[in-house]
Design a protein around this ligand. Structure first.
Ligand code: CA
Length: 441
């Protein structure tokens, strides 16, 4: 059994923390979670450094590493968090990640001797700003929701929605990491070549069909050597954790440019990650079976294993909300758009890792995969406006009476994720939030 699918004392639902806010019902960051981010006190010139969320506080790892509560490999892992990026921690591998998680879990529990030492290392989440959690070297975007692939394929190719390779290959393309930023990102509406499906020629201008994509981000921990492949059942050793990921998309640029080589300027103007990385180990209770319809092609051998069948999936609920400028001005709450789940994915994280490296391609610590838009089987579970508005044909009604087909200037998209299962403590991903600014004039 992999460390990432084994339940241990850190997952015990009875554990409570001396940080009181962590024990509240529906808290995203109970002691069973312990996700990582890079932060500093807002408005200061302090160095960015690693932190671990507990309730509404952050354990400042730059301070905590020297307070005498860590030993051995856990001490080395804690020291690696005192850096402006988590790549060093990610490179250390699962033994170090697990040792640090166990030490933090024990130190933060009610009754721990470490309380008096760690109390001075806490910073309120209300007082901080975040940075990207690591230097993302390479970013690869997959396309693992068959519901999204079919719905989008139908819009772009009505008579041929799902291409024949889809059920054999975890489809992906190499994206661009330079425009990925952390939650709170704002960006100008992109400009480019736009062509409506029925127009004879493109025009140049600001995107009119701006969209979000509800995705899971997957951070690679330990890498592999060029020329070596990561086997399916060893993939968990290379996955540090998951985040929320909004892969902004310009549909009218995409529809014109995507053939024959795939997405380009429709995707690389902005992408936003949540500040917190929920570790692979924290997600162990929420691993779930993965199945392939018997009527579909079964995976080739390098993408097939018993462990992947029994524990390859992740049960993560994913929600999208929209807050318009009018809602903000009126002090009204954001409007719910959709609810989906990562367990619907046609391919697992392990299959993405195994496929990506099967030709010898090397992954490096801090590389990130996008899961692809996670639409569920039902229309209201769609992870993009393109699907919810049926290609811009239907208006989506918001709670305050406004309507949308695609995003307007001033719109803020909010994504949340959480895991809940009988017998375990609910854990959350926090949120990823980002706002569309008007196009540059
Ligand atoms: Ca995408």
């Amino acid at each position: 059994m992999s460390y990432a699918t084994t339940i241990n004392e850190t997952h015990d639902p009875e554990l409570t923390s001396w940080v009181e806010s962590a024990n509240q019902e529906n808290c995203d960051f109970p002691i069973q979670n312990l996700p990582f981010a890079i932060f500093r006190r807002a408005g200061t010139s302090e160095a960015f450094r690693g932190g671990v969320a507990i309730g509404d506080m952050i354990v400042d790892m730059a301070a905590a590493k020297g307070c005498g509560i860590f030993e051995g490999v856990a001490q080395a892992a804690a020291s690696a968090c005192d850096a402006p990026q988590l790549n060093g921690l990610m490179a250390m591998g699962s033994e170090a990640w697990s040792a640090l998680r166990l030490a933090l879990s024990r130190a933060l529990r009610n009754g721990s001797d470490a309380q008096s030492k760690l109390e001075a290392c806490l910073v309120s989440q209300d007082d901080v700003e975040y940075s990207l959690p690591c230097q993302i070297g390479d970013y690869t975007d997959f396309y693992t929701s068959i519901y999204h692939a079919t719905a989008v394929g139908r819009l772009f190719r009505p008579d041929n929605p799902l291409l024949p390779n889809y059920k054999w290959v975890p489809i992906g393309y190499h994206g661009r990491s330079s425009s990925i930023d952390v939650s709170g990102q704002t960006f100008r509406r992109p400009k480019g070549q736009l062509k409506a499906p029925d127009a004879a020629a493109p025009t140049f201008g600001a995107c009119k069909r701006l969209d979000y994509e509800l995705e899971i981000g997957i951070y690679i921990g330990k890498g592999n050597e060029l020329g070596e492949s990561i086997k399916l059942d060893n993939a968990d050793e290379h996955v540090f954790g998951l985040c929320l990921f909004n892969d902004w998309s310009a549909r009218d640029i995409q529809g014109w440019e995507y053939q024959p080589l795939g997405p380009f300027l429709a995707k690389n103007f902005a992408s936003t990650v949540s500040p917190w990385i929920v570790t692979n180990e924290a997600l162990a209770p929420f691993r779930t079976e993965w199945t392939r319809d018997e009527a579909d092609p079964q995976p080739l051998d390098y993408l097939e294993s018993e462990a992947n069948r029994t524990k390859g999936g992740f049960d993560v609920s994913l929600e999208v909300q929209l807050e318009t400028e009018k809602m903000r001005e009126a002090g009204e709450p954001a409007s719910h758009l959709s609810l989906s789940n990562f367990r619907h994915s046609y391919w697992t994280v392990a299959q993405m890792v195994a496929h990506h490296t099967v030709n010898g391609c090397n992954l490096r610590p801090g590389d990130m995969f996008g899961s692809g838009t996670q639409s569920g089987p039902e229309h209201e579970e769609a992870g993009s406006l393109l699907e919810l508005s049926r290609g811009g044909k239907e208006e989506i009604k918001l709670d305050n009476g406004e309507v949308r087909k695609f995003l307007e200037d001033g719109d803020t998209v909010i994504m949340r994720g959480w895991c809940a299962k009988e017998g375990f403590k609910r854990i959350g991903f926090g949120e990823v939030t980002s706002t569309v600014l008007p196009a540059d004039q």
